[in-house]
Design a protein around this ligand. Structure first.
Ligand code: ZN
Length: 146
């Protein structure tokens, strides 16, 4: 893939050593996500403190984009409220579908995913974890990108 070097390095690092990887025994919610186009599968675990994400983790198997995206997402969402998580998903979705050109500053390292929009077939790899965490936040059990 021909991502810019910075973005590529972030994605490679997060794929090689994903943050917040593993199941969570104390999870209050979890959901499974599946992207049949690529075969990416992941489970997202959430521990909520009221309306706030206290802990979030994931496990699963998939391509580098799907794993790196989940790693970046879990880093980003720790401590955020449900509303903030949904707002971040809206921003990521706009970025990946080309609805906005520039990543809002508060997306932080999530901006590394911007390069994925040049590869439309991979957008669902990057958004799978977001669809999955939405399902968990909304207390649904499973979601697919189809
Ligand atoms: Zn994928």
């Amino acid at each position: 893939m021909d991502l810019t070097d910075l973005y590529r390095d972030i994605i490679i690092d997060h794929n090689r050593a994903p943050h917040n990887y593993g199941s969570m025994r104390s999870a209050t919610r979890h959901a499974d996500g599946y992207n049949p186009l690529c075969g990416d599968r992941l489970t997202v675990y959430l521990k909520m403190d009221g309306d706030r994400v206290e802990k979030v983790s994931f496990e699963g198997s998939g391509c580098a984009i799907s794993v790196a995206s989940a790693s970046l997402m879990t880093d980003h969402l720790k401590g955020k409220t449900k509303a903030q998580a949904q707002a971040a998903f809206g921003q990521i979705h706009a970025l990946l579908t080309g609805a906005t050109d520039d990543a809002p500053a508060d997306l932080g390292k999530l901006a590394a995913l911007a390069g994925v929009r040049d590869y439309p077939s991979r957008v669902k790899c990057a958004t799978l974890c977001w669809h999955t965490i939405q399902a968990a936040l909304n207390e649904q059990d499973a979601v697919t990108t189809e």
